[in-house]
Design a protein. Structure first.
Length: 447
């Protein structure tokens, strides 16, 4: 490809607004991962596939229909430790680092992530539960890296720093389930609480094309809305059961305070920050599951989990130019998308009874997309200078897509369980995947 000289490119770009690089609320949301797997170490050890089985109190949120089979009160809780690896900007065929390239960073979070108590009466079950679907906490001092565009001979500098005290999504709720003949149904209603405290800083500059864009945004907010879950379970025969579950999660609104040093924003706020409304839609999901018990010792499970991650980018807010007219913005919410590919889960459990003791051995695997927000925008072909605008789109795509393309993530699960006198159950699981590892422990007691 022919190189475009920077001074000639500058002349071509004079009609273009100065602010082209876009920070969005997805800058904050693009990297963390929701956890919609069924709680409990037993479920996590079986490939994180449990919707089709759901035969204990840990299923109160993911498929409440399964609780209709319980005949005695149950109490359960889960403790989880999760290690995440966050990839850095990486050299590709179009961009290479001039300064030292950034390194990947890790985070470790641990705590109580689920608890429930269920009561059964005849064919009916009532359950009170708590579950954590999102726990994100991460800090990084401002790091600056310089990059060279091999296609156009452009050098630019990118600075990114943040302090995320917390972004949590916790749900407290009640579930009700019942059996009608062989069919089990269940509903859950919960209050989902979004609690966030963060500040983000990004900067993009280049002397070659005279761009200097710096944005800071911060928010401290706590809000709660209702969540709804419905579930169905149908035994096909004594060995095979099929199940379905659907979740409707809330859409939250909060204020982010934005400081854009180049947008010419006007505000009466003493700190110069513009209060900007942001919408955060926790993605809905549907699950299909199956469980097969060929005998009293073996259980095989499978699940398809379809989380609507596209709802994150459908509700995106572009923050770089909060008070500039819409037609002057170079990037729009439609330029960003999340993958909606379903995840696939398989797992197995083998029971080894020894008198009043039962030992369980479990394993499984799962495959899912990374679901990170991707920049997919293209210059308007009817613009005065689409070829020159393309450079900015290439830079945005490189930064926002973390230097790569969508990828599939593979994960494997392993676990052990112990049951005493069919009352006390202790389980542990280890989950390892391409971008996170988790150690899960849970305890269940049947009264």
């Amino acid at each position: 490809m022919a190189r475009i000289r920077p001074w000639w490119l500058l002349l071509l770009l004079l009609p273009v607004p100065a602010t082209l690089f876009a920070q969005t609320d997805e800058t904050i949301f693009r990297e963390f991962r929701f956890d919609f797997s069924t709680p409990g170490a037993r479920a996590n050890a079986m490939g994180r596939a449990f919707v089709g089985l759901s035969d204990e109190a840990t299923a109160a949120y993911n498929n409440p229909a399964g609780l209709a089979v319980l005949s005695a009160p149950e109490f359960s809780f889960e403790f989880r430790q999760t290690d995440h690896e966050y990839p850095p900007l990486t050299q590709n065929n179009s961009f290479e680092p001039i300064s030292t390239a950034p390194e990947a960073d890790m985070s470790r979070l641990s705590g109580l992530t689920f608890a429930s108590f269920s009561l059964s009466r005849g064919r009916m079950n009532l359950n009170a539960f708590y579950t954590n679907q999102l726990n994100y906490r991460r800090s990084r001092s401002e790091t600056s890296t310089e990059w060279f565009n091999l296609d156009d001979g452009i050098t630019f500098n990118y600075v990114n720093g943040f302090d995320v005290e917390k972004i949590r999504l916790d749900t407290y709720g009640l579930s009700l389930s019942n059996r009608i003949g062989r069919l089990s149904w269940g509903v859950s209603v919960g209050l989902s609480r979004l609690d966030l405290r963060y500040i983000y800083r990004t900067s993009l500059s280049s002397n070659d094309i005279l761009i200097q864009d710096r944005v800071e945004s911060n928010s401290r907010h706590d809000t709660a809305k209702l969540t709804f879950v419905v579930g169905l379970m149908v035994p096909v025969n004594d060995q095979l059961s099929l199940a379905f579950s659907a979740k409707r999660l809330p859409e939250f609104s909060y204020i982010e305070r934005v400081l854009n040093f180049q947008s010419g924003q006007v505000t009466d706020e003493p700190d110069g920050r513009v209060p900007t409304p942001v919408t955060f839609k926790a993605p809905d999901s549907i699950q299909f599951g199956a469980a097969w018990r060929p005998n009293d010792f073996w259980t095989l499970v499978g699940e398809i989990n379809w989380v609507q991650y596209q709802q994150l980018s459908d509700n995106m807010t572009v923050l770089s130019t909060p008070d500039v007219e819409r037609e002057l913005r170079q990037f729009e919410p439609g330029d960003f998308k999340n993958g909606n590919d379903p995840s696939f889960h398989l797992g197995a459990e083998y029971l080894w009874p020894r008198g009043r003791h039962i030992f369980a051995f479990r394993g499984g695997a799962f495959r899912e997309s990374d679901h990170n927000t991707r920049f997919v925008g293209e210059p308007d072909p009817d613009a005065n200078n689409p070829d020159e605008l393309r450079i900015f789109y290439d830079i945005q795509r490189f930064i926002y897509n973390i230097g790569g393309n969508d990828k599939s993530l593979l994960g494997y699960t392993f676990g052990l369980g112990y049951v005493f006198n069919n009352k006390l159950q202790v389980d542990t699981a280890y989950v390892t995947s391409d971008d996170f590892d988790a150690l899960v422990s849970s305890v269940l007691y049947r009264f």
